[in-house]
Write a protein that binds this ligand. Structure first.
Ligand code: ADP
Ligand code: ZN
Length: 601
């Protein structure tokens, strides 16, 4: 049995070995058990139902929430020679008819269907005439109200099971939250499932967090230095900002497009399509851009505004580097993010329990930004996973930050906040400390205070950094009126009394932050110019073939497959078939064309 599976894996999917815990999940499905697969984005979950779908007799019914996602998967499977069909509302009636015929005649290994369609009488009736091999529920967190993408249609899925009560169900999600997981098992339901949980680590992603100075210029510098010729996503908080940043990147030699929920639907589809089908495209988007974007060679995800939770941050950064090659997650954040999000939380009218939970999530996000330790370790800790002390692949591990004892300046700042009445913003407090006379300041008679001018020893930049870290640590809080004023937080008094010390990280200066080693992955740099040229020729051929068929280039071969071709230089069909990602069907279709390029001296 196992040998048979490995043959199918190699022949159909072109992969030499299973990845992570795929084999366990697949064995469980094949033995007829319900199975729950938890793995991060890019963890290779799809194979856990696709391979059984191919191996078992009958049709695997795959519930998938987005049409774009279904179409992508089906196209990719068809490229591998698998009989896969998507049934959704964008099809013409003839297409629906053909699909139904194929199903009834047993000519379909995998059928992708949207949840709302799956529970219609017509579909349930159709299933009576189909031999179902298994049910797969992709993005299964959509069934949970705790999750971030709740879809009421998912609650109706139980109607589907009675069409084939004996077949195994497999549910898959990248949600690490325990409450959501329990919900999924109970609500679908899964019957005493085998739970296959992979590590949520994404070792090929390098994490960077930098302090905002001039964020768009910092972004440009980062992209110019590390991502020439790459595709990626830039997340911002507001619609208008997507347009502004995209325009800025366009003016500076990048091909960038804005994306947000307010765009005309047609335009939105076009942006999504261009992003997956072309190379070298940057999408500047709100969080609306994400689920359904399955592009495997997103080389960077950048955040110009801080997300509201680590969960959201991890989901978003997880879209980078699905192909396993090096990718960057880069974020710029500043005091405005902290104060803004805190202020938003403070003015919320949501029930207290929810407010508390959100405040806690924000705090964890801040902790991540401010940490002097390994970022990956913090991320994994959030998902209850332990990790080595230093991952060696985040900014803090690559260039450990310097920390210093800021207890005394912190006391000065808190006392300045207190003495000026706990209503002024950071900029003003710093002016008082630095002894900068202004009309406003003399009007308030703050030049008479004992704290006036006692902070000349630190630069404005250093003071700002300290304020940010004080806010992050709850020594300072934004005033509830939301005007940017600061007041003392719950932790302030112990610091003022000298009962605790305040150790902070020193922000990297402009120069050193430029040098911060953001690896442009050792992975994709070439040791000789010839290799670089070969890589470009292979990419050009791939793009040409993709355009002819109107499919994304990575559906022909992933970047990782092309990279292996460059390094291994196969010149015969049998050598080429040993490259990971080259299955039988693709070898037949494209083998000769790629070999021609590979044989060119
Ligand atoms: P997920 O659904 O968990 O986000 P995918 O199923 O999209 O992940 O898989 C991520 C990438 O890993 C895809 O490019 C896929 O082709 C690749 N992949 C999956 N399984 C294997 C494997 N056994 N060997 C090599 N690559 C794999
Ligand atoms: Zn690290």
């Amino acid at each position: 049995m196992l040998a048979q599976l490995e043959t199918t894996l190699a022949e159909v999917f072109g992969f030499p070995t299973f990845r992570g815990r795929q084999e366990e999940a697949i064995a469980s499905v094949l033995s007829g058990r319900d199975t729950f697969v938890l793995a991060p984005t890019g963890g290779g979950k799809s194979l856990c139902y696709q391979l059984p779908g191919v191996a078992l007799e009958g049709t695997a019914i795959v519930i998938s929430p987005l049409i774009a996602l279904m179409d992508d998967q089906v196209q990719a499977l068809v490229q591998m020679g698998v009989k896969a069909i998507a049934l959704h509302s964008n099809l013409a009636w003839e297409e629906v008819r053909d699909a139904e015929w194929a199903l009834e005649r047993g000519q379909c290994d995998l059928l992708y269907v949207a949840p709302e369609r799956a529970v219609t009488p017509r579909f349930l009736d159709l299933l009576q005439r189909v031999k179902v091999s298994l049910f797969a529920v992709d993005e299964a967190h959509c069934v949970s109200q705790w999750g971030h993408d709740f879809r009421p249609e998912y609650m109706q899925l139980h109607q589907l099971w009675s069409a084939a009560p004996g077949v195994p169900r497999i549910a898959l999600t990248a949600t690490a939250d325990a409450r959501t997981q329990t919900d999924i098992v109970e609500r679908l339901p899964l019957r005493s499932p085998t739970v296959v949980r992979s590590s949520f680590d994404r070792p090929n992603i390098t994490y960077h967090v930098t302090v905002k100075d001039n964020a768009t210029a910092q972004l440009l510098e980062f992209l110019n230095t590390h991502h020439q010729g790459d595709s990626g996503i830039v997340y911002v908080q507001t619609r208008s900002k997507t347009e502004k940043v995209a325009e800025f990147l366009n003016r500076n030699g990048w091909r960038a497009m804005a994306y947000h929920a307010g765009l005309d639907p047609q335009l939105r589809t076009d942006v999504g399509r261009t992003f997956v089908r072309e190379e070298n495209v940057v999408v500047v988007a709100t969080v609306a851009f994400g689920m359904g974007i399955d592009k495997s060679n997103v080389r960077f995800v950048a955040h110009l505004d801080m997300p509201k939770s680590l969960e959201a941050y991890y989901q978003e950064t997880g879209r980078a580097g699905r192909d396993g090659l090096a990718a960057n997650a880069w974020m710029a954040y500043g005091l405005q993010d902290v104060v803004g999000l805190r202020g938003l939380a403070a003015s919320s009218t949501a029930p207290l329990e929810i407010q508390k939970r959100e405040a806690h999530k924000l705090q964890q996000m801040l902790g991540y930004c401010e940490t002097a330790g390994c970022r990956r370790r913090q991320l994994l800790a959030y998902f209850d996973e332990s990790a080595v002390e230093r991952c060696g692949n985040c900014d803090n591990c690559l260039a450990p930050p310097v920390t210093w004892d800021a207890t005394v300046p912190a006391q000065k700042l808190l006392s300045c906040c207190y003495r000026t009445g706990q209503r002024f913003g950071a900029g003003y407090l710093i002016e008082v400390l630095q002894g900068k006379i202004s009309e406003r300041l003399t009007e308030q008679r703050h030049d008479q205070l004992s704290v006036f001018g006692i902070g000349g020893d630190l630069s404005t930049r250093e003071w700002s950094s300290l304020v940010r870290q004080l806010v992050a640590a709850h020594h300072l809080n934004p005033c509830p009126d939301g005007h940017g004023g600061l007041q003392l937080g719950p932790q302030a008094s112990s610091l003022l009394k000298g009962e605790t010390r305040f150790e902070v990280r020193r922000d990297s200066t402009e120069k050193s932050s430029r040098k911060a080693p953001a690896k442009r992955g050792n992975d994709i740099s070439w040791s000789t110019p010839e290799e670089g040229q070969l890589w470009e020729s292979l990419r050009a051929l791939r793009l040409k073939l993709a355009r002819e068929q109107e499919i994304p280039p990575y559906m022909i071969f992933h970047d990782s497959t092309l990279r292996e071709m460059v390094l291994e230089r196969p010149t015969t069909a049998s050598a080429l078939s040993r490259v990971s990602g080259v299955g039988r069907s693709k070898l037949e279709r494209y083998g000769e064309l790629f070999l021609e390029v590979l044989r060119t001296p």
